[in-house]
Design a protein around this ligand. Structure first.
Ligand SMILES: C[S@@+](CC[C@H](N)C(=O)[O-])C[C@H]1O[C@@H](n2cnc3c(N)ncnc32)[C@H](O)[C@@H]1O
Length: 344
């Protein structure tokens, strides 16, 4: 006769297997409803969706997932079958309307219209998000910003999932996070998960022309957030971003230049006088204060003060009480134009 505690373990294992198989079944229904990647290349493949279900069914019932980049919601519907709650974000309201119809069978999805690059991520902080699915803009700067924001603003985050890992810029961002030890135990999912070749739709950014290409890199990648590096400091929020710089006083909105702060302390500018360097001000622990050197422009140092969100700055000569320049994150400038033009 099995001992009492053995019975409890057996019962728990049975209940777990039962829940997992219900979850797999519900996910499979949504996978069959979704178009294959060959019919709609923007969405993930059936295999990717199935691998997500195999990985998370059994534990997702207690978790909240945050999906970044929704399109028509075909992956959303699968996530809704796996996780207790799904928060799905896209910049395009029309896509969210289509997605909400495609995931209408599920009442556990919250759709949010938001620009991940310009809007405030702190709205997610209190939602106990365990899993982030990164599938919005696939350029390096955007993937890295989404991952860094997830790591910075989601205190309960345990997993990050990336789509289109076979794209060079996505792979570069994920590899850097793996090499930094922030993401661990990563594994391929979807097409090419085991290194076998698969054909995907590519395009030439110059001509906009689409063509097919073969790869052996996996379509997606699931990683765990390293508990050992939970306190790992993400790069300062202003690094790798583009700032438009305006001469003060702001009498007209014509930019005088563009700044980009690289992680290694280099400051790139659009000015003919060249770039320079940045460093945290040594005399203080304030993280919003930088010292800039722009030797082609000025022999003296400049002092830069960021706002609390690191989305804008004032720039002045050291010791001067007057700010000669004002800088603002380019996405904040573009956002009102995007919103207004989406209303035509
Ligand atoms: C590759 S599609 C997502 C596909 C979807 N996950 C699926 O599997 O069917 C990328 C989506 O990201 C959205 N997107 C791009 N840039 C964004 C941004 N800055 N903020 C929010 N969404 C963005 C696009 O509107 C698009 O719907």
């Amino acid at each position: 006769m099995p001992h009492g505690s053995t019975l409890i373990v057996l019962f728990w294992q049975l209940a777990h297997a039962w829940n997992s198989s219900i979850c797999m079944h519900a996910a499979e229904v949504e996978i069959r409803n979704a178009p294959e990647k060959s019919q709609m290349f923007v969405t993930t493949s059936h295999l990717y969706k199935r691998h997500l279900a195999e990985y998370f069914c059994g534990m997702g019932g207690n978790m909240t997932a945050l999906e970044l980049g929704v399109y028509h919601g075909h992956t959303t519907a699968v996530l809704a079958a796996i996780f207790r709650r799904v928060i799905s974000v896209d910049i395009e309201k029309e896509y969210l309307e289509v997605a909400s119809k495609n995931a209408a069978a599920h009442s556990n999805v919250i759709f949010l219209s938001m620009d991940l690059m310009a809007d405030d991520w702190t709205i997610f902080s209190t939602n106990q998000v365990s899993v982030g699915i990164i599938d919005a803009n696939h350029h390096y700067e955007y993937v890295m910003a989404d991952a860094q924001n997830a790591l910075r603003h989601l205190p309960h985050l345990q997993y990050l999932v990336f789509d289109d890992y076979h794209e060079e810029e996505v792979e570069r961002a994920v590899t850097e996070l793996e090499e930094a030890g922030v993401l661990v135990e990563c594994q391929g999912i979807g097409n090419g998960w085991n290194g076998s070749p698969w054909e995907f739709q590519d395009w030439d950014p110059g001509s906009g022309q689409q063509f097919k290409r073969w790869t052996t890199q996996s379509e997606g990648r699931i990683c765990k957030r390293s508990p050992a590096r939970a306190g790992w400091k993400t790069l300062p929020g202003f690094v790798n971003k583009r700032f438009f710089v305006y001469r003060q006083p702001l009498t007209h909105l014509c930019q005088a230049g563009v700044f980009r702060f690289l992680a290694n302390g280099t400051l790139l500018t659009s000015w003919e006088s060249g770039g320079g360097s940045w460093q945290a001000a040594a005399s203080t622990t304030r993280e919003d204060l930088l010292i800039l050197k722009l030797p082609g422009l000025l022999s003296s140092e400049l002092e830069l003060i960021f706002n609390s969100g690191r989305t804008a700055f004032m720039l002045s000569e050291v010791g001067s009480s007057r700010a000669d320049w004002f800088g603002i994150y380019d996405q904040l400038v573009n956002r009102p134009f995007q919103i207004a033009s989406s209303l035509f």
